[in-house]
Structures are given as C-alpha cells and as structure tokens.
Design a protein around this ligand. Sequence first.
Ligand SMILES: [Zn+2]
Length: 232
Amino acid sequence: MPYNVVNKAIVCPMCGELSRAEIYTSVNDTKDKSLRSKVLSGELFSWSCPSCKYSARLNYPILYNDMKNRFMVYLIPKIDRYQLCDKELEEKYSNLRNISKRITPDFNSFKEKIFIFESGLDDMAVELTKLAISQTVSKKLGDEPIAEGYLSMYDRETNTMGFTFFMGEELKPYVQTARLEIYSKSKNITDRFAIKDKKLKGFIKIDREWAENILYRYKRAKHIEKLNKLKE
Ligand SMILES: [Zn+2]
C-alpha cells in the first residue's frame, strides 16, 4: 500500500457542522509520486467544510517513508520527546537496515527533513552547519534573535548551500548561503561526537537543540585537548 488512510469525524470550528475527513496516517513515496507533491504542498492536510466551505489545515501525525533514499520522517505535531520507539513500527520494518528515522514537531521541519534526505545530505551535519551559520547571521544583524531556520537550497555544482532564517518576533526572512566546506567540517564533528546518536533505535529528533549539544561537546573536547598539550 502506498498509503494508510483513516476516516475521522470533524466538527467544523466555524459552523459546527459534523462531517468526515480522510486522514493520511502514512505515505510511501516510492510507490506513489503524486502523494509526495501533495505532502510537500500541504494539499494532503487541507480540509474544507462541506457545509460552509471554511477551510483549514489539519494537524495530525503522519509517517513519511522513502525507501529509495532510505529515510522515514514522522511528523507528530508538537512532540517534545527526543526519541520515539514504536514497537509496532520497529517490528514492521525490522528487516530494513541503515534507515534514517526522524521525528519532527511541525510541518516546516518535516518538509526540511524530506528535502535534506532527498538531496543525499546528512541531516545531523546540516543542523550543525545551520547552527554555525545562524550565529554568524545573528551577529551580522546586531544580535537579532533567530526564531527559525531551514535549509532552502542545495547546489552540488556551485558547491553552495542556502539557509532561510526567520528573524525576531516578526519572523522576517533572511537568506544566507554557505560554502560546502562548513558542511564537511560539520560532518567530521558529527562523525566524532554523535556516534551514540547514530546507533539509537527508533525515531529521533535532530534539531537546533541537538546541534547545540553536539557543539558543546566538541568545544569541551577541544578545550581538554588544549589543556593536555599545555601539560606536555
Ligand atoms: Zn462549516
């Protein structure tokens, strides 16, 4: 099956009319390409009341599978856990090895994960790169806080990556490109400091908080190395 659908009752928040909607709980990209674009455009989540035509985006958990690019992304709105071990899911896909499994709490990071893995990139290294670039951007703009940021461009030929950051309370977009060298350096750091995370079972959340933790471990190790050199 390229997808799983459940039929759910929905009460319209506008007119109060009760209707039913088809909710996709999982989507398999390799089997149905048209579903992929409906997921990314958000069309799959849009709902409109048959009575008053009020339309809204439905927020519900959905599992996105892409076996060709070997990743699974589980969008679970507002999830604040770092790791999710779903026994049923683990058993169902126990024959699949070396699959990157991620959980994301919102639609934007869900889309970003799909973009990262489809581009053949390592999302841990991307997250660390994004953190480094965001600090540069924040400094450049007079310490303006960054609310969110996403990988929005990747070009292997010109050797560049682009991130779109949303600044301050107004969420003003700001695009910053970066050379792939920063990504390579980030990849080396995650290969060294995220060994444990790479071995974790189940779905894990790789986000800014995670990257901050890795960066902290990296800086601490560098500091210790420096102290040891001084002792020699
Ligand atoms: Zn309605």
